[in-house]
Design a protein around this ligand. Structure first.
Ligand SMILES: Nc1ncnc2c1ncn2[C@@H]1O[C@H](COP(=O)(O)OP(=O)(O)OP(=O)(O)O)[C@@H](O)[C@H]1O
Ligand SMILES: [Mg+2]
Length: 245
């Protein structure tokens, strides 16, 4: 499988505090990679470094073989290749659902309104939100908001989708509808990097699982290896904590 994103020796410090230490890993085309680990282990910071919402303190990010931090690459263009779905949705509450899904296409990708709306409606349909195109964001449930956020990300036609705990802010009865959409995307070959506390999702859907603790990648591998046969004591301790509650 072709490597889409390759992270090499990435470090991130906030002041004196190092929160990511020598991170090395790859995201491969068509694969779902799940990042798991305790609160504060650096999962969100790693995602934010990958899409350059945070600037890495050291290390390299290769996107399809290009070193995007070498000063020669247009970071805004790089970022258009990555879609991001946040825990708190981050929709524009002053815009309706359709406009949420067109504004980036129009402002960033310079598409005309008609083309943007057509694509937006296509992806709203895909996440089961076509009937809500004219709805106000504030009228939607959490699960509906997150599905719109996914449609908005898809409408930018990204190469990779990054998710930061997309179901953590949802009422339990809405988690399933969002995971279902994500499973569909995975099945259709979308490349995805997902920070999640949903261990069932990681076990069932991920091709690759990365376990982080205290800013380090402790262990990574196929889900059956990580979940059934973890090599590291820290992985075992984490899994026994999260799988028994
Ligand atoms: N902007 C910031 N300034 C200073 N410290 C930060 C900043 N952002 C994150 N940190 C620290 O970096 C560490 C890793 O945080 P991060 O949010 O990446 O963890 P996480 O694994 O996503 O945790 P959670 O599961 O709770 O979301 C934490 O100790 C956090 O306090
Ligand atoms: Mg986080």
């Amino acid at each position: 499988m072709e490597t889409v994103i390759d992270i090499k020796h990435l470090n991130k410090s906030f002041g004196q505090r190092e929160v990511l230490s020598d991170i090395n890993f790859s995201v491969r085309q068509g694969e779902v990679s799940c990042l798991i680990g305790s609160s504060g282990s650096g999962k969100s910071t790693l995602l934010r470094c990958i899409n350059l919402l945070e600037t890495p303190s050291a290390g390299e990010i290769f996107y399809r073989g290009e070193n995007i931090l070498d000063g020669q690459h247009d970071i805004l263009t790089y970022r258009t290749h990555l879609g991001m779905v946040f825990q708190q949705f981050n929709l524009f509450e002053n815009l309706n659902v359709l406009d949420n899904c067109t504004i980036g296409q129009i402002k960033v990708l310079k598409k005309d309104k008609e083309t943007a709306e057509k694509l937006a409606r296509h992806f709203l349909e895909e996440v089961g939100m076509a009937d809500f195109a004219q709805a106000r964001v504030t009228q939607l449930s959490g699960g509906q908001k997150q599905r719109v956020a996914i449609a908005r990300a898809l409408a930018m036609e990204p190469d990779v989708l990054l998710f930061d705990e997309p179901t953590s802010a949802l009422d339990p009865e809405m988690v399933g509808e969002v995971l279902r959409v994500m499973k569909d995307l995975a099945k259709r070959g979308m490349t995805m990097l997902v920070v999640t506390h949903e261990m069932d999702f990681a076990r069932d859907v991920a091709d690759h699982v990365v376990f982080m603790d205290k800013g380090l990648i402790v262990e990574e591998g196929a889900p059956q290896d990580i979940f059934n046969n973890p090599k590291e004591e820290r992985t075992r301790a984490f899994l026994s904590r999260v799988l028994t509650n």
